[in-house]
Design a protein around this ligand. Sequence first.
Ligand code: NAD
Length: 493
Amino acid sequence: MTTSTEVQNPLKHWVPETRTLLIGGKPVEPAGETWDVYNPATEAAIASVGGASLTQVDDAVAAARRAFPAWAGLSGAERSTYIHRLADVLEKAADRLLPSIVNEVGTPVSLAEYLQVKMAVDEHLRWAAEAAKLDRTVHLGEFDKPHPTMSDVVHQPVGVVAAITGYNYPLNLAIFKFGAALAAGCTVVLLPSPRTPLTTLFLGDLIREAGLPAGVMNVIIGGADVGQQLSSHRGVDRVSFTGSDGVGAKIMEQAAANLTGVTLELGGKSPSIVLPGVDVQKIAVEMHLRWARNGGQGCAALARLLVHDSVYEEFLEAGASAFDQMVVGDPWDRKTNIGPMIRPDHQARVRGFIDASVAEGGTKLLEVTKPIPDKGWYVNPVLLGNLPHSARAVQEEIFGPVAVIVPFKDTQEAIRLANDTAYGLAANVWCDDPTEARRVAEQVRAGTVWINGGGAMRPDAPFGGYGRSGVGRELGEWGMREYLEVKHIQWRI
Ligand code: NAD
């Protein structure tokens, strides 16, 4: 039986049929390990996907190397045209990219339409296409020691990029990397998470349809061994990784053998700080719905709520209405805003944080109590409290619909607590006084700080983290620089 809010999309059960890797512009039968792909909302196995053998990893890197000189030799305007053409093809395929992502990630359709598809293609890939055209040459002018010279600083593509992505935003995370890398003049070997490989395999078809020169973009599938082979490959000039801090540390080590540079976009435990005087009735619902989005499977989820003593009780009361608005269940129902966890082991891990916190004396201050669907790896959202700031649930990334709340006495304590985790990806400051809000924002150690909720993710603004949240930045001109070498050219006059 269908409900009135269930999406009537004829393609809603569609999953990509592509099972071939893309190496050197050709579809290639995979010769490595096989991966079963599940729909986390139904628990059904929806595909069986072959991974690359280690030899095929070498083939993909070799193809990217062969394609590099010609791609790097194009003008920025020529590369821009290619990238826009790819964006055109992706835009036309949006009707299939959407079900592909919803069915393999479990993201509610209401969220996926913009955040997982439209934003990635219309905003980020288009922005990268335009960034390809920019002449970044800096003319330094004259220098007179020991004799007169002139200098230019030019920027050149680093070479072959290994782009390795996490499961939660398969298209976005890939575009953040290959958009900038292609714009810079690099060629790419893309390796998605084997838990959500289908959208990226489909992307391989779309890359061919868009007519990118052979080898400029290669798509392979695999797990840790394939990722290790790729990130430690001598033929790779830059490794760009999005995933957990634990794997990020391994990637850095693997790349270190060749002194290959890394860009690491890792996890977080981002705070949302409520300073005294804020009208908590106005903000409580937005604050809660934000960390619970995508089932809490967002790197910048603001899941550590630091709330001033004076508004703590009122904030908790105001939050109850947010929990009433949390609808856990079928991602294809427009009412749903909380989808499933990606796999049962992740569901168990998230529940483990809740159970351990309660066993340690923590309290479930707010929770969704409606029964979860019979099928699907769901977790009902919970707000945990009465935990010391040193507790695991306060310090570690849970990556599920679980937030923690910690009261504070004054702003200095709020800043101290905000900075008291190993991470530093994002933060939010709720404050009515713009000067004070800005002062606090400057003192929080995080790559992105929103004030009063901030706004949408901008393609021209950097994204990345301090501490264990990462190395380097993606997006904007800062993201472009990760894929550019800097060269000083000096001549006598
Ligand atoms: P993960 O670290 O488990 O896996 C990420 C990728 O690494 C996968 O493709 C995996 O196959 C690969 N991999 C595993 N071992 C490897 C190895 N030894 N060498 C090379 N590759 C290897 O991450 P996940 O669970 O897929 O994604 C969730 C994590 O990603 C969370 O921590 C989240 O915060 C983070 N994330 C960060 C951002 C950001 O922009 N900062 C964005 C999205 C997700």
